[in-house]
Write a protein that binds this ligand. Sequence first.
Ligand SMILES: Cc1ncc(COP(=O)(O)O)c(C=O)c1O
Length: 326
Amino acid sequence: MMLSKKYPLGFFPTPLEKMENLSKKYTDYNLYIKRDDNSGLASGGNKVRKLQFFIYEALDKGCETIITAGAQQSNHCRQTAAACAKAGLECHLLLGGNQTENYTGNLLLSHLLGANIHFTGDNRKGEDLFSLKQKLEEQNKKVYVVPYGGSNLLGAYGFVDAVKELKEQLSDMKLKMDYIFFASSSGGTQAGLKLGVDFYGFKTKLMPISIDKLGYGDLTLDEAVLALLLEGQKTLGIDKKYTIEDATLIRGYDSQGYGVITSNEKYAIKELAHSEGVLLDPVYSGRAFYGMLDHLKSNKIKKKSNVLFWHTGGLPANFYYSKELR
Ligand SMILES: Cc1ncc(COP(=O)(O)O)c(C=O)c1O
């Protein structure tokens, strides 16, 4: 079974905690947090789960070089660099933007982790992956491509697997979870959670907060997620007819665009930090947490319910955005 073919990279299960102080403040709800910011690999994050599947496959195919792509402050790229270091693989990162004097946040960490960094200007979603692959192959390297954000079906398996982990934790705690809020940006986390929920027969409502209002290629993100669901359904043998409703993101919190930090993200980061001592990031988890707080404050979800925030990591980006966050 594909779900067992993973290379161990992280600390699992990640902790599941009640947010006691925040639950006292938002009295209509019981609030919990799943700490994938503590998943290991050079300061954690959701991509560790996906990388366990990619690194297994890369080693299995005899590849010694990994390439992937993202924004300059990509958490995915930083975690890929750490995974490559651990597995003894050469890492190449295609990062949007131009060469800069001042390396900070995730870019600094990717550099320290030994990745070869290629700056790609306006291209931050892997547009140059295949031309780099060709170049490296001309140097006789056996290359494995991890897609943008790690969001193909193999990467999504990381979150199918994560649903099993959560289900076991909840069963030990004798708890049910009515809603799960999380950041969705390249779609792999969302598709994996949806497939996992259906595969393991877990009753909950997924609340994917859109981070990046742009899709990629010709597809909106909803369409890209649906394509992953349809592919995964066949492979996993899930007896369901998926439609675009199963892949729809919650929009509106992304209106300023990707990586633009507003008073919303700043408010959300401070709210969680001051109440629970937990740090979010300004691009992904901060935006998603703001979306959740907005749902709680205006009772957009059922009162008295149990609500989980799936913390997907991203801590290093706070240092890059230090001016906006003061
Ligand atoms: C901190 C963080 N949260 C959430 C996400 C979104 O995950 P996905 O790309 O699987 O939608 C990312 C992706 O880069 C991330 O770095």
